[in-house]
Ligand binder design. Sequence first.
Ligand SMILES: Cc1ncc(COP(=O)(O)O)c(C=O)c1O
Length: 408
Amino acid sequence: MLDLRDLYVHPPSPAVELRAFTHGLMPRTVPEQMAGFCTDWAERGVDAWNSVPDRWGLGHPTGWWSLPGDLADTYVAPMLGAAPGTCILQPNVHWTVQCLLSCDEPFDDRTDVVFTAGEFPSVRHSVQRWNGLRDVRPVEVALEDGRVDVDAVLEAVTDRTAWVMISHVGFATGAVLTDDEIQRIVEVAHRHGALVAIDGYHATASIPVEVETLGVDVYFGGLLKEASGSSGNAHLYVRSSLDLRPRLAGWFADADPFGFCDEPQDHPIVRRRFLAGTTAVASMYHAVEGMRILLDAGIPTVRQDTLAKGAHALDRASALGIAVRSPRDDERRGAMIVLEVEHASRMARWLKTQDVYVDARRDEVVRFAPFVWNTVEDVDRLFDALGRALESGEHLALEAPEEGGPVT
Ligand SMILES: Cc1ncc(COP(=O)(O)O)c(C=O)c1O
């Protein structure tokens, strides 16, 4: 199994961080990268927009202006099996979805956006909010026992469908759509003249993805979690020759940004059309440090490792009689494992007192993900502690949650 522990900064020992699906650990190289931002700003000032030293291993000169495309070509495109020139960094998925829904072409004579009740709010709520902003009709497909029903998704696609927007890995279930399922969705959508956008946030850098083989039109996600890129760094792929023209594009996306023309003009390069106002460049200094580690290890190797550590976790759960809500079979299991635990919130808080960091949702489930920085011993620490709590009920004695932010 992989042990890339030493390449990341961990919370003070003996704490074990098992929440890769919320915010990845910081790669050790990040402080040097951030110092690089300060140096470039101090030493180059305005000229850093045109030229900064290559701190990212791009192998060619770059500048703040071209970083979103340059980083995407070197790190995002290989991760997605995409051609250079088709990917770009984005500030977050929410922005990407607004841009996609603001494109006129997919909505020519069409109104429907098909998605499932399992989409993250950046997709689900955005589609709902666009209903009324333009002639968008949200078509929400119910989940079946908490899982995506692919046949129901296919049935919802008609000649009125503009987009199908669907998650590669469910954020609440950790359930993976198989390549076959994505290809079936693409095949049916395309037969009806609709486009397919995949929200790959929980697949990013942990599950091998080949966008061209899948045939998807758009694939987006974020680098915050397993990819350890922290906030401000999301990514977008647009199939080459797909002429999307987001109306929400900002002046950084303009064909002649410094012409300050009377009217906006779409940039000739499609990926550039998804830029907004001034790019937040500081976050791009830490964007790909985690990706470097995972691409060096190889995403298929990362996937095998996650599955092996996950399988060990499932064995330990069975031994304790804990029901597992996430899929068991390898093809459908992502990095995240979801356990049904009564009083899950108190359990997660109690586990923190034992220096094991997981999270809880709706007081029903405990979620965790053993990732490349975790060892099998970390998984054992979690289950040893769970076993103690379930036997003694110690966690039930915890008082009301302490004050603080909403993140668990
Ligand atoms: C599937 C999925 N999509 C999107 C997001 C977040 O999107 P945004 O970048 O808009 O915060 C998350 C965050 O957890 C997610 O799980």
